[in-house]
Design a protein around this ligand. Structure first.
Ligand code: ZN
Length: 423
């Protein structure tokens, strides 16, 4: 199967970061990875394939036979900007049942208008257990105001207030319907639990339109959440294929939640999770404290997150000599103000790696008069003390509910990540 078709299936199976983590874990298990629990006092690590999974984050690794000297890490993130149900989401307005939502991350708000939306996430029951849920039918929509009531919208621009204008409608307010009870009943039913046992939820809205290959020759990918499920998927496929590699190197895939909101959380890249996992691996393999620090200094992380392709309608938004093209291959991202983790040293290492597997790299820097986005790259470099380089495939419409990338870039990114995990 073309890697891009597999990506479409991966994205459609992962409508929330919770689901992305379950999808990753299921795939890893099917490839023989064994789960370890973070609260287990000892891991008893033999050479082999292992993973930990907490909430929306999964870290997997392959431990090889030789004495451990370094880590080859691929980092990505499972979350994407979206609309999340507030704790008391259900209310009525103008005869309609409404859902109060919080905007998660830097979403393009307009992209959520007039779409058929489903619900996906998790409920926690009184016994402390998580129950994933998915309502995979058109349960809600955020209706745009008719142009007759907003005549200047096309010329003056659409102005949305997220508190007032992004609440989806999910039915009609009829006498005798208790909106809150109906919503909790729906969520509990979808999770397969007793509504009375539900104590909390984390539920996102998602666009029901399936991911697909598009364009005249299916050279494009039309899908939601490509930022950054495309890189999570590329890392997963690269890891699945990384059965052999340098004996002294532990190959690691870390897919974090919460990148879109700054990564400072229990399961985010700015938490201790990855450093704790790596340190435990080192301890289990008998490394001294000093040897552990040496192993981190000898390691390299490829921070994989999607990049901005030059937009055919807005070519002047890019730096003229650093314009990644859709279909032109993976992008090396540089920002001397450290919005990315790349340094001259790690950029050189990535160029050598790419050349070794025949992958052409494109270069991205943002225009000097436009601010630069960021990634988990600089966070991981400073938190782990590990050299990092930032890269990703080019895409359009980043942070829209529906994004676009090029099908042929995806296998190139997989080849590059696989080379890192195996060489
Ligand atoms: Zn991203």
């Amino acid at each position: 199967m073309h890697a891009a078709r597999d990506l479409c299936a991966f994205v459609d199976a992962s409508p929330s970061p919770w689901h992305a983590a379950y999808t990753l874990a299921d795939r890893l298990v099917s490839k023989g990875f064994r789960r370890l629990e973070l609260d287990a006092p000892e891991w008893d690590l033999a050479p082999g394939s292992w993973y930990v999974h907490r909430n929306g984050t999964v870290i997997a690794w392959r431990l090889r036979e030789g004495p451990l000297r370094r880590f080859a890490v691929v980092g990505a993130h499972t979350d994407s900007p979206n609309l999340r149900l507030k704790p008391r989401a259900a209310y009525t307005s103008e005869g309609c049942l409404q859902l109060g939502v919080e905007v998660y991350g830097g979403a393009l708000w307009n992209s959520w208008l007039d779409r058929d939306l489903g619900l996906a996430g998790v409920v926690f029951t009184e016994d402390g257990k998580a129950h994933p849920l998915r309502v995979h039918r058109p349960i809600a929509r955020v209706s745009q105001l008719a142009i007759h009531l907003d005549r200047s919208v096309n010329t003056d621009g659409l102005k949305l207030n997220p508190q007032l204008h992004l609440s989806p409608t999910w039915g009609l307010a009829r006498p005798g319907i208790d909106a809150a009870e109906a919503l909790f009943g729906l969520l509990a039913d979808a999770a397969g639990v007793d509504p009375k046992a539900v104590r909390s939820h984390d539920v996102s809205l998602y666009d029901l339109t399936p991911s697909t290959l598009g364009g005249m020759d299916e050279s494009l990918i039309f899908a939601p959440r490509l930022d950054n499920l495309a890189c999570s998927h590329a890392g997963l496929v690269a890891m699945e294929a990384a059965e052999v590699g340098r004996d002294d190197t532990c190959a690691v895939l870390a897919c974090f939640d919460h990148e879109e909101v700054g990564s400072s959380s229990l399961d985010g890249a700015d938490g201790t999770l990855l450093s704790v996992v790596l340190e435990r691996i080192a301890a289990e393999r008998g490394l001294t404290r000093s040897a552990w620090h040496a192993s981190v200094a000898s390691s390299l992380m490829l921070s994989a997150d999607m990049a901005h392709a030059a937009h055919p309608n807005y070519g002047d938004k890019h730096e003229p000599r650093h314009k990644p093209l859709l279909g032109g291959g993976p992008v090396l991202k540089t920002n001397y103000n450290l919005r990315y983790g790349s340094s001259a040293s790690t950029a050189a290492a990535l160029r050598v790696l790419a050349a070794s597997v025949g992958v052409t790299l494109q270069d991205f820097v943002t225009r000097t008069d436009i601010g630069c986005g960021s990634t988990i790259g600089p966070i991981c470099a400073s938190r782990l003390g590990m050299p990092v380089v930032d890269l990703g495939d080019p895409m359009l419409s980043m942070h829209s509910a529906r994004e676009c990338a090029a099908a042929d870039d995806h296998p190139r990114l997989i080849a590059l990540l696989n080379a890192h995990l195996t060489v």
